[in-house]
Write a protein that binds this ligand. Sequence first.
Ligand code: ADP
Length: 270
Amino acid sequence: AEPRLVVVRASRISPRLTLLVIRDITERERVQQMRRDFVANTSHELKTPVGAVSLLAEAIESAADDPPQVRIFAARLTAEASRLALLTSRIMNLSRLQSADELTEERVVSVDEIVASAVEAHAILADSAGVEVVRGGTRGMYVRGDAQVLGEAVGNLVANAIAYSPKGSSVGVGVKVVDGVVEIAVADRGIGIAEGDQDRVFERFYRADQARSRRTGGSGLGLSIVKHAVQRHGGEVVLWSRPGRGSTFTIRLPQSDAPPDQVQPKPKRK
Ligand code: ADP
C-alpha cells in the first residue's frame, strides 16, 4: 500500500526554511482497520448463538407444563451455551495472540508434553467420532515458548483432524526434526480442503463450504489461533491437502536444547 504521510509538526525556522515532522501512519491505520474488522466479525458471529440462547430460554419458559419438551429445549440450550463459551474463549485467545503483549510464560518446553496434552485433551472427542489418534515419530525434542499456547495450537489441529475425518479412520500425530526445525505433523484421511480454500482457512472466521454443512459447531477461529500462536514462536504452519484424500497440517518450530535438568549427567569416573 501507498504510505500515508501526515505532518505532525511544522515550525518556521527562518523566512526561507520550515521544519516539517512527518509520520508514516500506514501501519497504524492498518492495525486500526484490523481491530475494527475483528470487532465487527466477532459481534456478527456472537449474534447467532446469543440469539439462540435467548430464544431457547423463552421456549423453556413457555413450555413449562410440558416436561418432555422442556428437556429437549434444555439440552439444546446447554449445547448452545457451551458453543458460546468455546467461541468467547477462542476470541479472547486470538486477541491476546494478536496483541503486542509478551507471551505469559516462556521456557524450554518438551514437545512430547505438548503432543501428549493435545492428544489427551481430545480423547473423548476421538472416541465419540470413532476415530483413532496415533502418535509416532521422534521423542525427547524441545522448543522454546509457552507450553499452554503451543498445546492449544496442536490441540486445534487434532480436533479438526478428528472432526473432518470419517468414522473408523485414523489420525496421525508425528514429530520429526529437520535441520534444527521441529516438525509436528497432524495428518488425517478426511474430507480434505479444496485448493482455493487452502490459504483462506487460516483467516479468522473462514470456513470452507463442505465444513459448514458437515459440522455447525465450529467457530472458524481454530486455524487462525494456530497460525498466530506458531508465528509468535518464530515458526510457521504448512498445509498439504487433497479433497477426498485428507489433509496434513505441519507446525514448524525452531528446535531448542534440552533444559539443563533434562540433560543426562556424564557418568563420573571412579
Ligand atoms: P472450524 O471451527 O470451522 O473448524 P478452523 O479455523 O479450525 O475452524 O478451520 C477453518 C476451516 O478449515 C474449517 O471450517 C474447514 O473448512 C477447514 N479445515 C480445517 N481443518 C481441516 C481438516 N483437517 N480437514 C478438512 N478441512 C479442514
